[in-house]
Design a protein around this ligand. Structure first.
Ligand SMILES: [Ca+2]
Ligand SMILES: [Ca+2]
Length: 150
């Protein structure tokens, strides 16, 4: 998730824009880093344009958990719907932790982002390793601890 200031509320009127949180005119879109937010602005027809194919789709199809931009996965930055997508963790630039992960790892029950932001649905695996084992492996299951400062 990331944020960017917008001067008007008009952008928030598009159905399905999948705003995770709007506070003090900040827009946050799950799985999108701040410098890429502009790519998620609707065009003059209120549509989203896939990054590479330039395919035009309705904004309601962004982060709707169905892959519409088949070649680049750009319409699903915050879900695991597209095989080739990237999910940007809420917390970037943490030494030793990934800035982004393959979108296939979103909500898979394993914490990949140091802040656990990839596990936003808090899916839990049917088995759970003891905490001590998880710690010794350096791999954690949901609910995710915040490891960004470690
Ligand atoms: Ca979609
Ligand atoms: Ca994960």
């Amino acid at each position: 998730m990331t944020s960017m200031e917008f001067p008007h509320d008009e952008f928030f009127d598009y159905e399905g824009f999948q705003i995770v949180k709007k506070t003090d005119n900040h827009l946050r879109i799950r799985g999108v880093r701040q410098i890429d937010i502009f790519k998620y602005m609707p065009n003059e027809r209120g549509k989203f344009i896939c990054y590479y194919t330039k395919q035009e789709i309705d904004f309601s199809k962004v982060n709707d958990d169905y892959c519409d931009c088949l070649n680049d996965g750009s319409d699903e930055p915050g879900t695991s719907a597209c095989q080739n997508g990237k999910f940007y963790c809420d917390t970037h630039f943490n030494h030793g932790h990934p800035e982004y992960i393959p979108s296939s790892r979103v909500n898979d029950g394993i914490c990949d982002c140091c802040d656990g932001s990839d596990e936003w649905s808090e899916n839990r695996l049917s088995f759970r390793l003891p905490d001590a084992v998880q710690k010794s492996l350096g791999r954690y299951q949901t609910p995710c601890p915040n490891r960004c400062l470690l």
